[in-house]
Design a protein around this ligand. Sequence first.
Ligand SMILES: [Cu+2]
Length: 225
Amino acid sequence: MAEQAAFDYTETPPPGGATATSKEPQMMIARALAIACLACAAALPAAAAEIVYYADLSGAAESPPNASPGTGWTRVTIDFDAVTMRVEASFADLLGVTTVAHIHCCTASPDSGTAGVATQTPTFGGFPIGVTSGSYDNTFDMTQASSYNAAFITANGGTVDGAFSALTMGMAGSMAYMNIHTDLFGAGEIRGFLHAVPEPETYALMLLGLAAVGAAARRRPGRSG
Ligand SMILES: [Cu+2]
């Protein structure tokens, strides 16, 4: 508890005659701010660089819905510093065998409708094809045109920067979806719209910091009015 010792004026008041009781509120606030700053400093690097999106995949989520018993999930991690997109996925119990899988973007409204393919065509490189179940984990360099559908780049200023912005904005707006197509469901057997996932440790630290500041504020010496 090094920070406690640094602010512990109660035993030996500092020169100048300030009493322990008059110093205590400031000490509490300083200590709370120190904790808050530490918490935010720890939280910011991860929060600033990466956003994680998740989607459950199902036939019911297709447009139009289908009766596939298939299930799956995908987790998409956008790293804005490295300009990469990691795509993890797992799926099972499909009726058909996989043909292509990719992310479509951007629908006209959140969580509904259809859009063209935004990412690598015809399918994510290395995605398991010809199977009813499987898993996937690949990281794309989003500074490369090959990571996008060429038509998506053309539609977004003709640059990979424009395409990256459009794709990440679409994900943030719940207007991008992962779609797994099979031989029996050409338009897609299971899909799901991506939604941002708060990182629990990040939010826990931020809440801790805010709580500490709030506690300090409540302890401030009484102000009339
Ligand atoms: Cu598709």
